[in-house]
Ligand binder design. Structure first.
Ligand code: ADP
Ligand code: MG
Length: 683
């Protein structure tokens, strides 16, 4: 019961806090401070320390300082615009208190002559003499002046004093929460309670103490809350009992043997993990994560083949039709001839579509490829046993849960993502799924060579391209990213296209954000079939499509991209057996920092390492695609600096899962920190 009250209080509307009227509460809401709980996470940016007084001879101009002095003479000039001055001194020097627009009576009252007064304010200088202008902190009682005050980045209309008071009141009324951590974890943070930690968080002397126990405890709370939610979803899914899939290893071996290459060890391991899930009677909910070109497709198709052999149907969804088609073609090549393979696209004729729907329903089709169109309402599978989703790193936790519900209890789920991200982020984003990782790249592959070039050296690049085309290669030319304007983005690509077309007549095509979907497919297909040599595009080049013949990528204005994004773009080439090249173009010479970043890219082709380094340089919010990926934005926790806390939370969650521990004591924690709808389903 206490829990509910605390919860209700902390998550109640900000206007319930005494002293906050409608006006203030509206101002706060503009800053997304809706509840009392929200208020707690708006941290002081800096502190004004007036607590130490200094002698006049030691004052520093420009700083806010406190002095104790004795006023000895008033100067109240009768001339307009000239301020009133009070000459003051201590045993080391002189200082004037200067007043614009203040009455003499008031000044005499606050600065009586020959009395010890403490004043605090910004130290200025006028005609070689120290002065404080319009001092607000001024009193005979030095304790009233010698304070420490927090400065918050303030909402317009709320003054520092008012805001400090609001926070003070919120902290004063803070409830004691029942501790959710066990004693071992608490010890780790020196037994500091949630409430104590919050109070310390707002205490002026603690600004920026990210390594202190109070800070770490609160960051850990937040991480654990997020992991607990994921873990609950996992447990829910794991509880679902399904029919085991039954298939023979020989069938799989036969399929693999048809390939021109051997699977890498990582591919084998991933496939084993997936197969074990398929064979168990727990529903699979797994993410296959691997760098671009690491060979995820074949792993997923082998798994699909096994599922079909065990008598179930499979649905494979790709983000674009061209990618769906590429997977479909591969399946046609390697699957047993008696397996019925179909593709459903926006171009499928109405009567064919009707037939596909009927055949899926009667299980005459074993596997269907397509875009999200394959999950239309009217499509019903007779015996769906596996859903494979390719390149869906933008699915948030809610969408994933829905997907898992969709296939029914007997349907396993495999997601694939080519966005290598740091481990701490993987835990944060995909904690609800089991994880298979492919780190190793196929051995036959040559590493892409990465160069940097100034834009003024475009001629060199043109010569280089001429040569590449001569020996039969194809080129991607990626145009500048102009965030401010989609229009400019588009026009710069058009310009480059016109320019290149003159040099390479009939060999260049253009793709940009405004190209319509059908047109885009046609162009990409032509490029795949080597009908032209250079593809000029904005950054929309499809993820996942295999262009084995393209081995050069030129990226203009490369400093506009994050490293992970450059790595993704670079991953468009280097998939075939030929040596590939990536040229990063710059408008002007690089800063030291930019050089440092590019060296990371030049020296590594490991997407996981690059994203890790990128995150260290730029913070986690900026890494490719995260803004759209449904990632929780933490209030305090930071995957770069708190990686140990992430590890700790992960260990704790594993322990709880293994012991099948009751997590009801964390209910309040989860509800406070994760107010997503999904919580209501699970706690
Ligand atoms: P991604 O993991 O980015 O989806 P793909 O599955 O598209 O990568 O594979 C990229 C290319 O590598 C394909 O042309 C595929 O045939 C090839 N490939 C996959 N596995 C291997 C391997 N073990 N050895 C050599 N080439 C491989
Ligand atoms: Mg792929």
């Amino acid at each position: 019961m206490a829990d509910i009250n605390t919860y209700n209080y902390l998550l109640s509307d900000i206007k319930n806090l005494k002293g906050i009227g409608i006006k203030t509460s509206n101002l706060l809401k503009k800053k997304k401070i809706n509840t009392i709980f929200d208020l707690l996470w708006k941290l002081p940016k800096s502190m004004t320390d007036r607590s130490v007084s200094v002698k006049i001879q030691n004052l520093k101009i420009g700083e806010i300082q406190t002095v104790t002095l004795i006023p000895y003479k008033y100067n109240f000039p009768r001339i307009r615009n000239l301020p009133n001055r009070v000459n003051c001194r201590d045993e080391t020097g002189e200082l004037d208190c200067v007043f614009f627009n203040s009455y003499e009576g008031y000044i005499k009252k606050i600065l009586p002559l020959d009395t010890e007064i403490t004043v605090s304010g910004k130290i200025g200088q006028f005609k070689n003499k120290y002065q404080i202008t319009n001092p607000k902190y001024i009193s005979e009682n030095s304790a009233l002046v010698k304070t420490k005050h927090n400065q918050y980045s303030l909402t317009e209309g709320i003054s520092e004093k008012v805001y400090n008071n609001i926070i003070k009141r919120a902290l004063k009324n803070l409830p004691d929460l029942e501790e959710w951590h066990d004693s071992n974890i608490l010890k780790f943070f020196n037994n500091i309670s949630w409430k104590e930690a919050i109070i310390k968080l707002h205490s002026p002397e603690n600004i920026g103490k990210y390594k202190a126990n109070f800070y770490k405890r609160l960051a850990y709370d937040e991480i654990l809350a997020s992991f607990l939610v994921h873990s609950e979803i996992r447990r829910k899914i794991k509880k679902i009992k399904k029919q085991k899939k039954f298939f023979y290893n020989q069938d799989q071996d036969k399929l693999i043997n048809k390939l021109k290459f051997k699977l890498t060890n990582d591919q084998k391991n991933a496939l084993n993990e997936i197969n074990n899930d398929l064979k168990s009677n727990n529903k699979m909910f797994r993410l296959l994560q691997g760098d671009v070109g690491s060979g995820k497709t074949i792993v997923s198709l082998a798994a699909a083949h096994n599922v079909i052999k065990s008598g179930f149907q499979v649905a494979v969804m790709a983000p674009t039709e061209i990618l769906a088609r590429q997977h479909y073609k591969l399946a046609k090549q390697i699957f047993d001839k008696n397996i019925n393979i179909e593709i459903l696209s926006s171009k499928t004729e109405y009567k064919d579509k009707k037939l596909i729907i009927t055949n899926l329903n009667e299980k005459k089709i074993n596997i269907i490829f397509g875009t999200h169109a394959i999950f239309q309402k009217k499509i019903e599978f007779k015996k769906l046993g596996l859903i494979i989703i390719d390149e869906q790193h933008k699915f948030g936790v809610n969408q994933r849960k829905k997907l898992s519900d969709k296939g029914g209890d007997n349907c396993d789920i495999l997601l694939m993502s080519a966005t290598p991200i740091p481990r701490t982020l993987t835990m944060t984003i995909y904690g609800d799924m089991d994880l298979s990782i492919i780190k190793e790249k196929p051995k036959s592959r040559l590493e892409v060579k990465t160069y940097t070039k100034l834009e003024s050296k475009t001629d060199d690049i043109i010569n280089f391209i001429k040569n590449e085309i001569k020996i039969g290669n194809q080129i991607f030319w990626v145009c500048p990213l102009i965030e401010e304007s989609k229009k400019l983005d588009h026009s710069s690509a058009v310009k480059k296209y016109e320019y290149l077309k003159k040099i390479f007549p009939n060999k260049v095509a253009l793709l940009h954000g405004k190209t319509d979907i059908d047109e885009k497919e046609i162009i990409l297909n032509k490029f795949l079939e080597n009908k032209f040599k250079i593809l000029v595009s904005t950054t929309i080049i499809e993820v996942g499509i295999d262009f084995p013949n393209a081995n050069v990528i030129i990226i203009e204005n490369a400093n506009k991209f994050g490293l992970s994004q450059l790595h993704q773009l670079r991953g468009r080439v280097g998939r075939g057996i030929k040596q590939s090249t990536c040229i990063l173009m710059f408008k002007s010479s690089l800063s030291e920092n930019a050089k440092k970043r590019l060296n990371i890219l030049k020296n590594s082709t490991d997407g996981f390492k690059i994203s890790e380094d990128d995150m260290k340089l730029r913070g986690y919010g900026d890494i490719l695609g995260f803004k759209q990926s449904g990632i929780k934005i933490f209030k305090l926790a930071d995957p770069v600096h708190n990686s140990k806390l992430f590890d700790l939370a992960e260990r704790e969650i594993k322990k709880m899962e293994n012991k099948n521990e009751d997590i009801s004591r964390y209910k309040l924690l989860m509800k406070l920190y994760d107010q997503a709808d999904i919580i209501n389903d699970i706690v």
